[in-house]
Each structure stands twice: as C-alpha cells, then as structure tokens.
Write a protein that binds this ligand. Structure first.
Ligand code: GAP
Length: 502
C-alpha cells in the first residue's frame, strides 16, 4: 500500500473506526437501532462541538455584520404554511406493495429492455455510482433468462418520476425483482408532525422544524428592533432539524435528525444580489478549506433554473467527493424576499426595514448559506483518514485540523513507574487542560500511545522524560503528520496550541 493511501472500502472502515473509538454510534443500538438516527460518542461530540464553534467564531464573532440567535424547534404551524413547507416540502415516493419497501422516485431508475428495436421488458436499479452499468447488466440477464434472440440496445435510464402511467405496472420492484407491485409516485411531505398540548386534533398539530432558517425570518423584526443592526446584515443559527427522509442513507450523510448551521444575509432589494451570492460562495469554500477539507475534493454545482427549490432565484451547492460519490455539502441560495413577504402576508405583521436613503419601507432580500454539521463531519472524516507505515507497522491516522481534533495534545510521562515523571506530566496535563482539551496516558510503550492518539487525530503528543526533570524542563513534542520530534518548553507549547487551534 502506498504511503498515505485510504482503503478501497473507506466507508466501512470509517464506520468501524467511529464505533470502536467512540465517535459515532447507531441511535438506540440496544434495541436494534433506528434507521436515520445517530448518537455522537465522547469523541464525536467533541468534534461536532469544534465544528460548531469554528463556524460560530468565524461567522458571528469575527464579523461585525452578523448576529446569532437560537429559536425553538417547534414553531407556530402557520410558519410552515407561510414558508411553503406544508404544501411543497415533499419528495416523490414509490411504494412496493409486496415488500412494503419505500423508494424515492427520483432515486429509483428503470430502463426498457430493447431487442432488435422492440421493447421486450423492463429492468430497474437503485441510484448508485454506476446506475447505467447495473441496468445494462440487468438487461443482459433478462434477455438471457427469457432466451430472447437478437441485438440488445444500450439501456437508456430514466427515474420513476419520468415513467409513463402505462409503464409503471411493467417495471420490476428492486425488492422482489418482479413487475406489478410498484405504485405511481406520490408526493410525501417530509415534515415530522406532532401535537402541542393535550388535544390530538388538527388544531393542535405542529411540526418539528425541517430547517432552522424560518426561525431567522420569524424573528427578523425582533432582531432589527433590538440588535442595532444595519443593512446588509446577517442572522445566524445552529440547531437541530428533522426530516422524515424516505431513504436515509450513507451513514450520517442523509439522516432524519441532523444539525444545521444556517445564516440569512439580508440585503437591500436594489443591491447586487448576484455579487453578494458569489461572495458568500467564495467565503464558504474558503472556510471549508480552512478547517482542513482539501480543495481537490470540492466542486460547485449550479441548480438548473427549472429545478430550483420553490423559494430560490439561484442556488449553487458546494459539493464534496465522498466515497459514495460527489454529493451536496453546502447549499448557497438566493431566496429573494420570498420568506419575509410570505410571513408578512400570513401574519399580517409588516416585515419591513426603513430605508433612510429613500425614506421608504422596503422588504429586504436574502442570501442564505445553509450547511449540515453532520455532513461536514463526514467529509472531514473521509478526507482525514489515512493509512501509512511507521517503523515497519501499519498506522491508522486521522489527519484532523487542530481546530477540529477532539484532543489537541496527548501528555505522557516516559515511564509510569517513575513518580517524578508522572508528577510533572500530570502538572502539565492539568495546566494545558484549562485552555485546551488534552489526553493523559501513561499505559504501554510510547510508540503504542502515539498510535492511539494518531487514530483519533490528536495533532501533537508531549512526553515528559528525564531531560525534563534533570536538565532544562523541556519536553519532547511529536507531530502527528510529519512525525518530527523536537524539544519544547511549557510556554512554547501553550503558545503553539493557542495559535493553531484558534
Ligand atoms: N434552509 C435551506 C435548507 O435547509 P437544504 O439544502 O435542504 O436547504 C441545507 O439543507 C443543508 O443541510 C444541506 O446542504 C446539508 O448539508 C444539510 N442537510 C439537509 N438534509 C439533510 C439530511 N437529511 N441529513 C443531513 N444533513 C442534511
């Protein structure tokens, strides 16, 4: 294996590492788990917290034009009528009546099997990296099984939203392999419903929020009235969102409960919204790179005008090359004044801004960068995982950016049976821990202790040795990525940690 290679089956390797080292667990595992829900263990919760903190620091604290808020997960049901989610937040769903499996129609592909220009049957496959190849193989198998003579044409895949009504009964279900059990696609609303209060009727029906964004719109006037903000300005929020995804998949990439970091940037209706959209697109890409995602794994995807979400004028997604394909990581949408206009209409409360220049009330437009914490974490894990060889042994190492790493430094005494080394190492550990998360380890050979920290991405380890006690008080600092070792004193160590993790 070449140095720094990631394995072929990276996702399986990561899932196993995350379970073994307390990063991510299936939710309610002792009851068999619950599809689309995950728990974050001691290290995973640190990493998520670090992602949130880095975003909040850079998006809110280090800027003068953005303020943060936290809004409730359950909001007045009218919010979701106004936003368009009650009517339009749907995915097309196809049921298999025999297996009771459910599929997202746009992820279930089919193709007619055409021999000598004549359709002799249909094949289907779930969306994958190689959907066309799978359908072609299925078409060849179909022709062989039915002993049909003649030339098979290359398959032309379509998804179930494009199936003609008369084709649906002829398309085999991926679950059974037989035609006749798939239903026509129907709109499935992805919001989780709940009831507020003791009554269980429609008057008490509400929803778990499917995005944090509506909190910022519903509180727009509150922030303007209290926050001393001036156009252009942004309102940011980090919080849980919930979507009853038809097919949660790819580990934490698409789950039913996830965390979003969203920011609504309000601009004057006459402002150059396209330029502002471009600026945020650049900001978001730079931010991803700053926390360690390689540029080579990032790309942009511009949504076609006819496929834009109901609120959007322009959406560009920052895509990440995950092991299961290039997929959306961060959506940057120009939402025009859609949301504020809708809330003004549905609530009857003006959602306006007094423009001093023109002495008129205007409804601001919005640029929205919206990203998922869990998706960033998965991208970081995928990019950070490396296997190499150190001193003739395979080493697993997570090359995490110091801002994201759960522990910033491992602190070791060279030997655990030398009280003077243990005492000094513990002193140092306690001191570092006041400012940075650190890990103390005295068990096993030093090489083993380094490996344990490499596997969870600790950027540095320091060892208290005899030179520390007998000579100048310096420690050995070992770098996770370069494997370099050098002497460093306490002041220098704290300065290094402050600088690199800020
Ligand atoms: N307010 C706009 C909005 O919510 P979105 O593209 O539906 O837009 C924004 O979601 C981001 O939230 C996505 O780019 C993704 O990072 C994350 N996200 C969306 N659905 C998700 C899911 N089911 N699981 C994990 N993350 C998700």
């Amino acid at each position: 294996m070449p140095a720094n290679a990631a394995p072929e089956n990276l996702m399986e390797t990561l899932v196993s590492l995350c379970k073994r080292r307390g990063i991510i667990f299936p939710s309610s595992e002792i009851y068999g788990g619950l599809n689309g829900f995950f728990d974050y263990g001691p290290l995973g919760s640190e990493m998520k917290r670090n992602i949130r903190n880095a975003w909040w620091q850079d998006m809110v604290h280090r800027r003068d034009d953005i303020v943060g808020i936290e809004t409730s997960i359950i909001m007045h049901p009218k919010v979701w009528e106004a936003s368009g989610h009650v009517a339009g937040f749907t995915d097309p769903l196809v049921d298999c009546k025999v297996s009771k499996q459910r599929y997202r129609a746009d992820q279930l592909f089919f193709a007619p099997v055409v021999v000598d220009g004549k359709t002799v049957g249909y094949v289907s496959a779930l969306e994958s990296e190689n959907t066309t190849g799978e359908l072609q193989t299925a078409a060849e198998a179909f022709k062989r099984k039915k002993a049909i003579q003649g030339a098979l044409e290359p398959v032309k895949p379509r998804d179930m939203t494009e199936a003609a009504p008369e084709e649906i009964a002829l398309i085999p279900s991926p679950a059974t392999g037989e035609p006749g059990s798939l239903t026509p696609p129907r709109a499935f609303n992805m919001m989780f419903e709940t009831y507020v209060g003791a009554l269980r009727d429609d008057s008490a029906k509400s929803y778990l929020r499917p995005e944090t964004a509506q909190g910022m719109f519903a509180d727009f006037r509150n922030v303007v009235d209290t926050g001393r903000v001036k156009l252009p300005f942004g309102i940011a929020q980090i919080g849980k969102s919930f979507r009853n995804e038809i097919t949660p998949r790819n580990y934490i990439f698409r789950s039913r409960e996830f965390e979003q970091m969203e920011m609504e940037y309000f601009i004057h209706p006459d402002a150059d919204w396209l330029a502002c959209h471009e600026e945020w697109l650049t900001w978001c890409q730079e931010w991803l790179k700053s926390i360690g995602l390689p540029e080579s794994h990032l790309s942009l995807y511009e949504h076609a005008k006819e496929k834009l979400a109901f609120y959007s004028r322009r959406t560009v997604d920052i895509m990440f090359k995950y092991p299961f394909g290039v997929q959306e990581l961060w959506g940057i949408a120009a939402r025009s004044d859609y949301d504020l206009q809708q809330h003004q209409k549905f609530s009857g409360v003006p959602q306006t801004w007094f423009d001093e220049a023109s002495k008129t009330k205007i409804v601001p437009h919005v640029i929205e960068p919206a990203v998922g914490v869990d998706r960033i974490l998965l991208a970081i894990l995928c990019a950070a995982y490396h296997e190499d060889e150190v001193e003739g042994e395979k080493r697993v190492v997570l090359k995490l950016h110091p801002r994201i790493a759960p522990y910033k430094v491992g602190v070791f005494p060279l030997l655990k049976n030398k009280p003077e080394l243990v005492k000094r190492a513990q002193e140092l550990y306690r001191k570092v821990k006041r400012r940075h998360n650190a890990f103390y380890d005295e068990s096993g050979a030093i090489g083993r202790r380094y490996r344990r920290q490499d596997e969870i991405g600790t950027p540095w380890c320091v060892t208290v040795d005899f030179e520390t006690i007998e000579k100048d008080g310096t420690f050995t600092l070992r770098d996770r990525d370069t494997l370099e070792q050098k002497r460093i004193n306490e002041t220098e160590l704290l300065a290094l940690l402050d600088e690199k993790t800020a």
